[in-house]
Design a protein around this ligand. Structure first.
Ligand SMILES: [Zn+2]
Length: 139
């Protein structure tokens, strides 16, 4: 949980890598590679241990996609809490800033910090049903 996404692009599908090479190509620690192996990254036998590039790319893509979570309607994502929350007091401010997308701002009911969510004005009733949306000052 909460681990960052790793970009698989530096890895070639057509060659194999040692742990040290994976660490430097992907900028991760040795322990991370061991954790990936426990989580299902297949290793080729032998010493030093080798990992096939195609397997590493497939593993990272699967791992990255399973982390993507769509923000449910009526909620915003609280970065400090690392979770979706309903706005405290059902109060939400919409900041309109054309031509860029506007954003919603609300307080987290758990940690009381500001949560933000990009939103188009015409979709507000869908994104935030049953919430009274105030118009905030544009920035
Ligand atoms: Zn929070």
């Amino acid at each position: 949980m909460g681990a960052r996404r790793i970009n698989p692009n530096p890895i070639s599908q057509y060659r194999s890598y040692t742990r040290d090479e994976l660490c430097s190509k992907l900028d991760v620690s040795y322990g991370t590679i061991l954790n990936w192996e426990k989580a299902g990254l297949p290793a080729l036998g032998g010493s030093p241990r080798l990992y096939h590039g195609a397997a590493v790319v497939a593993f990272l893509k699967q791992r990255n996609s399973s982390k993507k979570r769509r923000c449910p309607d009526g909620m915003l994502y609280c970065i400090p809490c690392r979770d979706f929350r309903e706005p405290a007091g059902a109060m939400v401010e919409f900041h309109h800033r054309p031509p860029k997308p506007g954003y919603l701002e609300a307080l987290c009911p758990v940690c009381s910090r500001i949560m933000r969510r990009l939103a188009r004005r015409d979709r507000l009733p869908l994104i935030m049903p049953n919430v009274d949306i105030q118009s905030g000052a544009s920035q």
